[in-house]
Design a protein around this ligand. Sequence first.
Ligand code: FMN
Length: 225
Amino acid sequence: MHALIVVAHPDPDSFTHRVAAELARGIAEAPGGHTAEIADLAAEGFDPRYNNADRAGYGAGSAPPPDVLLEQQRIDRCQALVLVYPVYWWSFPALLKGWIDRVFSNGWAYRESPGQKLVKLLGRLPVHLVAIGGADAGTYDRHGYLPAMKTQIEHGIFDYCGAPIAGSRFLLDSHARARGALLEAAHDLGRGLFIQQSCGSGSAHGGPERQVACSQRAGKSLHAL
Ligand SMILES: Cc1cc2nc3c(=O)[nH]c(=O)nc-3n(C[C@H](O)[C@H](O)[C@H](O)COP(=O)(O)O)c2cc1C
């Protein structure tokens, strides 16, 4: 299986990029011959600004702009979408938010038209989220940032399109904590990514016992690290 790892950080030497590289290495080293490709949105010069060509295509059934089409095509080629990003203001960085705004378009990610019921089009696309935050877990707990981000990102974006959230991780306190341990955790996540995905989560995929068994096989795979 093939994973597309989308990274939104301007510095290729940043911790965020090192996390993405470790994930890719873990995926490639896992049994099963899996592959991973890194989409470095900053280096590729993706323009996150929603523009009039995007607007013209919105719901009109016309083809999206060429840069958006290329992004949709590379997502269509993968069996897992992994988003690796620094938390900026308790959310996605603007580059990644703009990528979602433009690429997850009406007609490709979902279908919506006046008087019609919403059709979710991305049921085939498991999504893994890896957020790197400078603040510590206590800060996230005290202010309710984890549920807020979960509602906004997991429910508001991916559930809307029907894309299942196969994993959601927060690597917190990223400046103060030993980064080696976080990188090791990222590597483990990569190794377990497709195992966890094939196990699924929750009762729709075999119930809690199966989930626990799968999590053990996948290594450190549940929630905040
Ligand atoms: C503009 C900006 C906003 C940030 N907002 C948050 C935030 O809301 N919560 C948080 O935990 N960290 C925040 N941080 C810290 C980053 O998440 C952290 O520095 C980054 O993930 C570390 O990875 P890096 O070394 O790859 O940049 C922010 C950093 C910047 C530059």
